[in-house]
Design a protein around this ligand. Structure first.
Ligand code: NAD
Length: 438
């Protein structure tokens, strides 16, 4: 017999644990839900906190790295002295030149040539890994052995640029830093915008604000001629039909520099280089990668135009390009602005720097075979639509008249010097391991 007291207890327990399964589920589900919510609420709070801490750490680290790239330089008086010393000319009326892209192929050669004749040189380069940065570091070591300071920094680092222009009174900027290469734009288009558009504007902003304003000589490219089929290419020919993003950014550079010339009175000289080659060259270029492959016994791919016509380039030897760059600096004329306003018109010039004698790619290969004393394994394929143009050919009469530019090295002689350098640097082994200093 159940006593009233026990009945009451069972009733209470029944209410607490009802017999209907659904109810149990609902009630238990509520309990689980509550626990889950409590647990989830605390997990999500923990998660949010963790996220917050990660974000905080990331922003601290990126701030630190920004501070360390910029302020590594910006806080040391020893570094200030190095910049001033390297920028100071060692001859009367010598130039003081900021060379961007100085760890690059053309930039390193120009820096050495300027220094050799007694001009002050400070180099800037971000040592990006578009091609093997160890070659860029080797060029930097060579510059350093010649007492040329080469700063590891990006064109888009505004603080670094304004610090540089406040430390040294550069008379000229030789702007060679860029994302080069036609085909890589398909893989990494943003790098072209970063360096060739944003980086150029960042540099011009710093130049515009510098007092005194330096004159700017910068590398455009023969690629701006794009689909132009009138040969040879003259500066007055159409350049509004680029065939690659690289070409489009160089063409944009010509328009951007014109704007800074027009508004701020910057003296501007744009140089349209035609396929530059030579010692310490760029590993991504055909003559260089062919050399490596031929020595390694690997096949090389030779592109041919759609109608079976061989591709041809106006290959220009590095020493000729260097002479053209230095002549451009020497004849640049002054910028006329200060405090963001121009006091009169400043020069705006564009020159082709080529060799005026295009050579087909199969001929280039046969010259390499001769100098390397190895037969190439050739694979001939139709040129894909990747931005390459079938031929380039420079009309250089304007540069001859105004810069006294006169290329003097033909492809046969230039490739002989390149091959000699390549073998002394990498050796003949297929691994292409580095053997010596530059
Ligand atoms: N070599 C040629 O055949 C050729 C032909 C036409 C035009 N050009 C132009 O001539 C110039 C020099 O070419 P190169 O063959 O010496 O190329 P390169 O790649 O050897 O040199 C360019 C250098 O610029 C640096 N750089 C790139 N972006 C930078 C940035 N944002 N900040 C700082 N440094 C940066 C790179 O690290 C590199 O060392 C480039 O402007 C190129 O577009 C070259």
């Amino acid at each position: 017999m159940l006593t009233e007291k026990n009945k009451m207890r069972l009733l209470e327990e029944d209410e607490l644990f009802p017999s209907t399964p659904g109810k149990v589920k609902i009630e238990r589900a509520h309990t689980i839900n509550r626990q889950f919510h409590r647990c989830f609420a605390s997990t999500s709070t923990t998660f949010l906190w963790a996220l917050f801490l990660i974000a905080l750490t990331a922003s601290y680290l990126s701030f630190q790295s920004f501070v360390s790239t910029s302020s590594r330089f910006l806080s040391s008086s020893a570094w200030d002295r190095q910049v001033r010393t390297s920028a100071s000319p060692r001859r009367p009326h010598g130039l003081s030149v900021l060379v961007t892209g100085a760890a690059g192929f053309v930039g390193s050669h120009c820096s050495l040539a300027l220094h050799k004749r007694g001009d002050g040189v400070v180099g800037l380069d971000n040592f990006n890994s578009y091609y093997d940065p160890s070659l860029k570091r080797a060029r930097r070591d060579l510059l350093s052995r010649n007492s040329i300071l080469l700063i590891d920094g990006d064109l888009n680092d505004h603080r670094l640029l304004s610090k540089l222009f406040s430390l040294a009174h550069f008379t000229h900027v030789l702007h060679l830093a860029a994302q080069a290469g036609v085909r890589y734009a398909i893989e990494n288009p943003a790098s072209y915008v970063h360096s060739n558009i944003a980086g150029l504007v960042s540099l011009l902003e710093a130049v515009k604000s510098a007092d005194p304003q330096p004159a700017v000589v910068w590398a455009s490219s023969s690629s701006v001629y794009g689909l132009n089929d009138k040969s040879p290419f003259s500066e007055s020919d159409r350049t509004d039909r680029p065939a690659s993003l690289y070409a489009a950014t160089k063409k944009a550079g010509e328009e951007i520099t014109h704007t800074y010339n027009h508004i701020y009175g910057l003296s501007i000289t744009g140089l349209r280089f035609f396929t530059v080659y030579g010692p310490m060259g760029r590993p991504d270029m055909a003559y260089f990668s062919f050399t490596k492959a031929i020595l390694a016994g690997k096949p090389i791919t030779i592109y041919r135009g759609k109608d079976g016509v061989d591709l041809a380039r106006d290959f220009t030897y590095i020493d000729d390009i260097v002479r053209g760059c230095l002549a451009s600096l020497d004849t640049a004329g002054k910028s006329t602005g200060s405090g963001g306003k121009k006091s009169g018109p400043a020069p705006y010039r564009i020159f082709n720097l080529g060799n005026t004698s295009p050579v087909t790619v199969p001929t280039l290969v046969s010259i390499l075979e001769k100098h390397l004393k190895v037969k190439a394994k050739k694979k001939i394929v139709e040129m894909p639509g990747n931005g390459d143009v079938p031929f380039t050919h420079a009309n250089i009469s304007l540069a001859m008249a105004e810069l006294r530019y006169k290329p003097s090295t033909n492809l046969e002689a230039g490739l002989k010097k390149f091959v000699k350098w390549y073998i002394s640097y990498y050796g003949r082994s297929s691994r292409g391991g580095r053997k010596t200093n530059l």
